[in-house]
Design a protein around this ligand. Structure first.
Ligand code: ZN
Length: 298
């Protein structure tokens, strides 16, 4: 793995400003990104967190949502409490999973009990998977990332939402296409009704991979656009966000309904944690969405 700074020089450009339809907002004391496509949906709340506005210090400065990277638990708890206050969402309504870089989708419908921990972290018995889909109002489903791609999807017609964590392995296993299939099979969502927002992630400017990764992705749509050759043989720059956007298109979503933040987590240490950019020691962002209404955690 090369340092991000070296990989960045002379690479494909990724603008420092966010993509069209994404904007940074102040929520309470926090700074978060929101996508217009999702913000327009009545009773839907969502955010892609930045690292700004939290209580953590050092490499976790300051809005780290992971208890598992070495940050002090007290600070992480304060960060979850700040998110809760900023969005008016009770802590026990945040729901996440143990992410494992797979393509399994956890579908929550009906009255099944929901294992929220109350402190924002995944409970011990929470599923090991990388996508959550639900039609239950009042539950803020989300994923944690620091370079991987967070994708938030909503169907304003059927009132169903999805949160997806897509690293290179989940992307190779077509996790967002599995989510679209689950939305259709379980909730009768139509592809043309879906809206998706692809959040900040490591860009092709800073993400260099080898042949092994390219081979794992050999069947994906738009392969020649996703990978661009490096000057060294067997080395490639990978555009993970684009790979997920093309999969959503492949799943039948209209291009106009997919927004991309177009922000590189490694290029913008002022805004984001980056696993690669920091040599492996970094905090985690939380990207979530929720449909307002009665029901809640049970
Ligand atoms: Zn970059």
């Amino acid at each position: 793995m090369r340092p991000a700074r070296e990989a960045r020089a002379g690479g494909p450009a990724r603008s420092g400003a966010s993509g069209e339809g994404f904007r940074i907002r102040r929520r309470g004391g926090l700074r978060v990104f929101e996508a217009d496509l999702l913000a327009e949906i009545p009773s839907l709340r969502h955010a892609f967190s930045t690292r700004r506005g939290g209580s953590s210090g050092g490499c976790f400065s300051s809005l780290n949502f992971s208890f598992r990277q070495g940050d002090e638990a007290e600070n992480v708890r304060a960060n979850w409490a700040a998110l809760s206050r900023a969005f008016g969402i009770a802590p026990e309504r945040f729901l996440t999973v143990h992410q494992v870089h797979g393509n399994r989708v956890w579908v929550i419908d009906g009255a099944e009990s929901i294992p929220t921990s109350g402190d924002g972290d995944a409970r011990e018995d929470a599923p090991r998977c990388d996508a959550i889909v639900t039609n239950r109002p009042g539950i803020a489903i989300g994923v944690k990332t620091a370079d991987c791609v967070p994708v938030l999807i909503a169907d304003p017609v059927r009132r169903v939402i999805a949160a997806v964590h897509a690293g290179w392995q989940g992307t190779a296993r077509r996790i967002v296409e599995h989510v679209c299939a689950a939305l259709e099979a379980r909730f009768s969502c139509r592809r043309e009704d879906l809206r998706a927002a692809i959040g900040p992630a490591i860009g092709p400017c800073c993400y260099e991979v080898d042949d092994r990764v390219r081979e794992a992705m050999a069947g994906l749509p738009g392969l020649e656009r996703i990978f661009s050759p490096r000057d060294a043989p067997g080395r490639w720059r990978l555009d993970l966000a684009l790979a997920n956007r093309l999969q959503l298109r492949n799943a039948g979503m209209p291009a106009s309904r997919v927004a991309e933040a177009n922000l590189c987590t490694a290029c913008r240490p002022d805004l984001f944690f980056s696993h690669r950019g920091s040599g492996g020691k970094a905090g985690r962002h939380f990207s979530f969405l929720l449909m307002d209404g009665e029901s809640g955690a049970g």
